[in-house]
Design a protein around this ligand. Sequence first.
Ligand code: ADP
Length: 561
Amino acid sequence: MVVLLGTGGLVLQLNRVYIQQQQSRLADKGQFFQREFSATARVTTTKLKQLQEQTHVKVAVFDARNHLLFPAGGPHADLIDSVIEFQAKPNAGKSEQLRVAGHSQTAYLFRQKPLTFVLYTPQQNLWQPFWWQGVALLGALCGLAGLSGLIFAGYVYCERRSLRRVQQQLRQIGKQQPPAPVLLKPSDHYYALEQTIAQVNQQFQAQVALAKNERRNFTRFIDHLTIGVLLLDIQGQVIAHNAAAAKMLDQTISRVPHSYLNDVHDFTLSRLIKQAFATEKSQHAAIKLVPEPERYLDVNVVWMKRQTVTSTYQVAVLLYDMTAVKQIQQMQLDFVSNVSHELKTPVTSISGFAETLLAGAQDDPKARQEFLEIINTESKRLAALIQDIIALSRGQQQPARLETVALRPTIEKLLVPLQQTIRQKQIHVQLNVAQSAKLMTDRQKFEQIVKNLIINALVYNRTTGQLTITAYPQKNGWQLDFNDTGLGIGADDQKRIFERFYRVDKARSRHQGGTGLGLAIVHNLVTILGGKIQVTSQLGVGSTFSLYFPEKPQAVKLTKN
Ligand code: ADP
């Protein structure tokens, strides 16, 4: 704008100077006219025409009464006012701007008494000779400006399009989408920038993939841990967990970050976590989860020191399931108390009757005989009990030593020492076991199992009853059934007969010399040999103990009984 105004001012100034030069040139020509006519004093039309051609000006001559003398006619009526005004002034010449025939003219007036001369010439502005060239130049400039504008607009469009593509690429990076292809031509201004962005993006995507992989590995790792893991951030949001934790807390835990209170419903556990956040210190406690199923957990709430501001994990809740350990501990306590109780009875009996004998009863032959028989029975019970306890603990301690055992000869061998009982109770024993039936098993443990089941089938059988032992080949193993026609076992008792010291009828069992450990030993050994045992029974009809043994036991397991 300033440049435009400055240029306009300059042009106007130059134009003024140019017009002044025109006036001064006309004044010079006027003075020339003055000199010409003062010398001759004769003003003729011919002279005037001649001077007119010579000086290239137009001349009008008025007499003293302001009548136009030269040229005859002509558009000089509008000069009259200037001439009259001029005649009132002294004799000097004067330059003026006049309008002659509607045109602006530069005029020079002078008097040569009695005549008044008016010399005039069309007044030209500086730019008048160049008017058409100016218009043409302006047109050309406008055209040029238009063309430049178009080229500039095209350039701006291309630039903006490239920029838009670069922006699009950056947006894709922001959305973590796969790297966009390079769309710009190598000649494009932004080509280098776009290529750099694509490279940075590739590296960024690689880092993201690496981080995802790390996270997947970590999740896989904690999912395979047997301890329960909950990882919380500083706000107490669960951001990672494993299947064991979900199982122990009996919850379906969401993978979306959420408050730990959604998963931890146990008061003690949630208080422990709260304390860890409040004190910024690790917490430890053994807790019992009350709702069914009852669980004992050893809980470590670990407060992790922050290594960087961006550390995600703040608290690790580690849950160790102690339920099985607790159960074993309880079982051991129960076992010790049962054993003490079972031992106490025969020991008290033996020592009591021995004392009575020593105190004088030995002198009474009848009493002596009776008491000695009691001592004998009780000591046998004691021996049997000790033997069973040893069998139980040996079964758990000694690993299975596998060998091929032929079933029929083994069972026949075990029946030999029991022949007296069989005869006394007139029990018919039937053996449906093929000679070829063989099993890969621990002979000692297998014999103990069979012996205990045969003894029970004889002891709890009725007189003239039946014992049938059948071996069925099974897929990858053998099934052995011990069927008797004895007392039978009630449905409720069937569930418990494999427990240690459980007896259906305590008095009867004791009377028969039972310890309440026979079936517990059987169950224990069958499990160790990789087999299974189950009972079907009907009160007053009889019982069948069915055992399954794999041909080759895979794993040796310990039993809870
Ligand atoms: P026990 O030394 O008392 O025989 P066991 O563990 O061998 O102990 O058996 C547990 C209980 O199961 C026995 O007391 C008895 O009541 C019942 N029982 C075991 N075998 C039989 C059977 N074949 N018929 C009926 N009852 C049985």
